[in-house]
Write a protein that binds this ligand. Structure first.
Ligand code: 8ID
Ligand code: ZN
Length: 369
């Protein structure tokens, strides 16, 4: 039985604290074709949700806003006159950042759904997963396979953008199927045994990037701050650890570890500008800077001379499409990549935001809803 009201975490206006309150559940009778109602089990909390609550990005979220884009739950209603739904009533599905895309614009037709001109963004332009019942779209939800718990799957839905490897790389113990479509992966052009630097490696996206990179045989230099994150990164297989709060010469250290040449790629997953600052300097010639972290108001300060002289590629990597999400979940369900998470309650959300803002969370917090 679907209730009339539910608990939801609501930000009333930009920058306001988040309040957990009673909120109406969308009447299933009012769902249109293609819409569905998902009863959520849990939702990961991403640094993006904090940016949304603060309203600090140049592209503004709706208000009042229910945030969240790493949700897993089950379909409890499908809109009338929905035809050819790829998902069924009762099926377990994930809600990711791209809540829906039109599939008809030129970007969608080219597979770049994240750049759809009619895109809907979960917890940003439409209400997201920090509530018990979320409205979603049958064509956009991600089916969750049986082999993975909802809590473990939640944040994988957002990890797609930080997968740092190319589809052309020799693959040993995996099928190419799982790999060809991740966006960052297509362009970082690294091979097994090559060096990938991951600033922000102890955070939500970063700790998953470390694992995907190791899974594919890359050597990883993890950069983050503090003992807890050091332990996490090394336990996930990072080959070298740099504490940005202590190291006085990050470029020198990376050069030393990489035989003087510098790293082949950097996948920057910090929410702060500082993580970007020296990337062009510690990359080797023909290196790739994969920009994933989204500091609010920063510009990328890279030497134009050395970007050209060293033939550096700077590449913005923005989430992934529906297929990317399906395959990222598949790899996680196979056990190769695990989200390191701690469970909290929806009512703890404000304190989770406070900790995220201070860089205190190693891995992810997942909220039960
Ligand atoms: O599609 C995308 N590009 C995408 C998708 C999802 C999230 C981008 N993001 C963005 C978020 O909006 C956010 O800006 O990626 C950024 C990181 O998200 P997250 O992983 O959810 O954030 P986190 O868990 O807070 O991790 C960030 C880590 O960076 C470290 C922190 O200690 C933390 O562990 N860090 C900081 I702050 N400054 C650093 C520095 N100078 C640093 N690590 C290394 N060097
Ligand atoms: Zn996210």
């Amino acid at each position: 039985q679907i209730p009339k009201t539910q608990k939801a975490a609501i930000v009333a206006v930009e920058g306001a604290s988040v309040q957990v309150k009673d909120h109406p559940v969308r009447d299933p009778e009012s769902l249109g074709p293609g819409e569905c109602l998902v009863k959520l089990h849990c939702s990961g909390v991403c640094h993006t949700d904090l940016h949304a609550a603060l309203g600090d990005w140049p592209v503004k979220p709706k208000t009042p806003l229910i945030g969240g884009h790493e949700g897993v739950g089950e379909i409890v209603a499908i809109g009338k006159n929905t035809t050819n739904s790829p998902v069924k009533m009762g099926q377990r599905v994930g809600i990711k950042w791209i809540a829906d895309s039109c599939l008809n614009c030129v970007q969608c037709r080219n597979g770049h759904e994240q750049n759809c001109i009619n895109v809907k963004l979960s917890g940003y332009t439409v209400d997201g997963t920090f509530q018990q019942y979320v409205v979603s779209w049958v064509n956009a939800v991600t089916p969750i396979p049986d082999g993975i718990e909802s809590e473990a799957a939640a944040s994988i839905l957002c990890a797609v953008s930080s997968y740092p490897l190319p589809p052309t790389a020799p693959l040993t113990n995996v099928t190419t199927k799982g790999l060809t479509v991740y966006r960052a992966l297509k362009y970082s052009e690294t091979n097994p045994h090559e060096w990938v630097v991951i600033p922000g490696a102890g955070g939500g996206l970063g700790h998953l990037a470390v694992q995907y990179a190791k899974y594919m045989g890359r050597r990883v230099i993890a950069i983050d701050g503090g003992e807890e994150k050091r332990k996490l990164c090394l336990s996930l297989g990072a080959d070298h650890w740099i504490d940005f709060t202590q190291c006085k010469d990050i470029v020198g250290e990376i050069k030393k570890v990489t035989d003087g040449y510098g790293a082949h790629a950097a996948v920057v997953t910090t929410a702060s500008t500082s993580g970007y600052v020296q990337a062009v300097d510690y990359l080797r010639d023909n290196g790739h800077l994969m920009a994933v972290g989204l500091p609010a108001k920063a510009t990328l300060d890279a030497s134009i001379f050395f970007t050209v002289f060293k033939s550096i590629t700077i590449h913005g990597s923005y989430v992934g499409n529906r297929q990317d999400a399906i395959e990222a979940i598949d790899i996680a369900a196979s056990g190769a990549v695990k989200c390191h998470y701690q469970m909290k309650k929806l009512s703890d959300i404000q304190s989770v935001y406070d900790d995220l803002g201070k860089g205190k969370i190693a891995g992810r917090i997942v909220l039960s809803v």
